[in-house]
Design a protein around this ligand. Structure first.
Ligand SMILES: Nc1ncnc2c1ncn2[C@@H]1O[C@H](COP(=O)(O)OP(=O)(O)O)[C@@H](O)[C@H]1O
Ligand SMILES: [Mg+2]
Length: 318
């Protein structure tokens, strides 16, 4: 089979933590051809989505280009059995346009994740599909509204940008901190920018569980424990990955959220769960496979590629 992975430049790959890398390695090991390109290389030729791609091989956990198309030559997305959109956030206008180009490949190849699903699902706001699974949460740009939320929720809350990732811009705000006003002014840009505010979940000290879903089913999980001197469990923010098991409540969350993700074509998803509450649904380029593999002795990438083979097969041409 031939797979296309739309991703950041390979130089951005972190060899020991990147999920995209191990999926590509597994696909290559199973004899598939893997092409990659950055989103900027996606184009429409007439209505036909095409891309200037390069085939890759791998050597010692790095991707090595092994074939370039001739200058100016493009390959149609219809030539692939699956196209994986694995560009990291931010979800900006360029990302949006990339999903509109991918849209034109609908019905011609397996799209993971579905570009319409990617456009509809903001990673923070998606949790509102499941009000019974989340902590008290509000979305506002009002500083007075945020102060009220703080008073109503025990003098502690977490404020986060709607377009952040890796813990960037996430604040644990306390009523008794004299920095509170300036934090709220800064995160909302003086009442102009929407933010999400959530009651503070003390269980976050024990860890933020990342649960990986493949086609709606949990395939692995890892707990990310914050550093003593930080609020955030994100590995990017210095959190430590430790082994995790799924509780009954986690299974309930997976069943509810997984069903909707599958309906939305969000096949590869990372749920963030703190103290049994769903806090985020990562759909753009969820990661965690390497951490789960190391802690659980699994090779989740084999399940992912086997699934791509199975679901991409209908797009095989003679
Ligand atoms: N409601 C909350 N209570 C306590 N800590 C939280 C809460 N929400 C987020 N956090 C902390 O902030 C981190 C990042 O939050 P998250 O919503 O997952 O955004 P990001 O997209 O930056 O990962 C989490 O790993 C967790 O440690
Ligand atoms: Mg998160």
């Amino acid at each position: 089979m031939r797979f296309l992975v739309v991703m950041d430049a390979p130089a951005c790959i972190h060899p020991t933590t990147d999920t995209t890398l191990v999926v590509i390695e597994e696909a290559l090991a199973r004899g598939h051809t893997v092409d990659i390109c950055v989103p900027e290389r996606l184009e429409l030729d007439g209505g036909e989505p095409v891309a200037e791609v390069e085939s890759v091989t791998h050597a010692g956990r790095t991707l090595v280009p092994c074939m370039h198309l001739a200058p100016g030559q493009k390959r149609p997305l219809a030539a692939y059995q699956a196209v994986l959109m694995r560009k990291d956030p931010p979800f900006d206008l360029d990302y949006y346009f990339a999903t509109l180009i991918l849209e034109r490949a609908r019905g011609k190849t397996l799209l993971v994740n579905d570009p319409r699903g990617l456009r509809d699902a903001n990673e923070k706001l998606y949790i509102f599909h499941f009000p019974e699974l989340i902590a008290p949460t509000r979305v506002t740009r009002s500083i007075a509204g945020l102060r009220r939320f703080l008073d109503e929720h025990g003098g502690q809350m977490v404020v986060k940008p709607l377009d952040g990732c890796g813990g960037a811009g996430v604040f644990h705000v306390r009523a008794d901190d004299r920095n509170t006003n300036v934090i709220l002014e800064t995160v909302t840009d003086f009442g102009k920018k929407l933010v999400m505010v959530q009651s503070y979940l003390p269980e976050a000290r024990e860890g933020d569980k990342r649960i990986l879903l493949l086609d709606g089913e949990p395939i692995g999980a890892v707990l990310r424990v914050p550093r003593e001197d930080d609020t955030r469990g994100n590995l990017h923010a210095g959190g430590t990955a430790i082994k995790a098991t799924l509780t009954e409540r986690d299974h309930e969350i997976c069943a509810r959220v997984g069903k909707k993700c599958r309906e939305d074509g969000l096949y590869l998803v990372g749920l963030d769960v703190i103290g049994g509450r769903l806090t985020e649904v990562n759909v753009t380029s969820p990661t965690g496979v390497q951490e789960v593999d190391r802690l659980d002795g699994t090779r989740l990438e084999t399940r992912i590629v086997a699934w791509l083979e199975e679901r991409g097969a209908i797009y095989s041409r003679p």
